[in-house]
Design a protein around this ligand. Sequence first.
Ligand code: PLP
Length: 409
Amino acid sequence: MPSTGLDPHRIRQDFPIFQNNKNLIYLDSTATSQKPVQVIEAVAEFYRKMNANVHRGVYEISVEATEAYENARKKVAEFIGARSSREIVFVRNTTEALNLAAYSLGLHRVKPGGKIVLTMMEHHSNIVPWQLIAKINRLKTEYIPFDDQGYLDLSDADKKLKDADIFSFTHASNVLGTINDAKMLCRMAHEHGALAIVDAAQSVPHMPVNVQEMGCDLLAFSGHKMLGPTGIGVLYGRRELLEEMEPFQGGGEMIKEVHLDHSLWNDVPWKFEAGTPNIAGAVGLGAAIDYLRGIGMENVREHEHRLTAKALEILSEIRHAKIYGPENPLHRCGLVSFNLADIHPHDLATYLDKHGICVRAGHHCAMPIHTHLGISATTRASFYIYNTEEELEVFRDALLQALKTFRIQ
Ligand code: PLP
């Protein structure tokens, strides 16, 4: 494979965690990414130089803080191809974005008895909020299954989507790695008169995403999975839809007027941002976006594709390794979930930790996927811009040693 425009060895120098832990092999970026010094410094600079609340003060540092916060919103809008920064709502994370969507739409827009369609490859954050609202508003939920290869089985999707109000699905699965054709799925939703909501937690950090090209109505992602701080995430919403939606939480910031018997909401996106927001987090996310744009999202994708292809090759050559999800690395995001013989994933992850390798073990907040696969847990290795092919070789050697240690013939 030709080399890409991304040099992970150079990139690693920007990440203090690797300077402070020389032998750390971090293969868990699907859970959360590491942070470059540029992001850490942007957050620290904010607190050092302009810490104040936003949208309220008339004094200089408050104006600066507001500018920094709103500037981060513009960066997010440009990064995902939104028409304007008014389409970007800051939230805590993907989970909160999806709860906002479920609450606002599922309670106030969808009529009792309405239908929500999800897939069987969703993270819990795109299942449980809908279940909570379905219980209150007596909504039906339907699930589109996935096949043995880890692809969505759309054979009876038209039937499931008939009379649906909402189709909410993941762009990329955090267990199977499958990248779904989000544009086609959004089109399907719209053909059936449903709104299309996309969980982009595993796509926006790793590949070019353009919300206008995709045609989604809402899209959710987390800053901490894309080099940004924890506690800051994004709900993108088509402006007209956001205007129509009822707020999620009430309090300061989200109102224009408050009277004793009623209130008037602020304009979008502030209507959805009750209380003091995570200002420093937004600034840090802006710095993370600058960093990713400096590398180029095509390069990020290409690098992860290369690592994923290598990881799949390594695992397919190891006896007793069972890989889940599509065989073709082009159809996968940068992660591989697997099992090694009958070694419990927690035991394997603990063993790999002794070799300085961080992987995830368990159900990865996607129990229905594991149930569908007939297993209770997997081990997951995931990759980002700072991972190298050399690390994967250490990973392979550690897996081979694990087979010996656990006396697997
Ligand atoms: N959706 C997917 C596909 C994820 O992988 C994750 C986290 O791993 C989430 C949603 C939830 O993200 P967060 O915990 O940042 O809200």
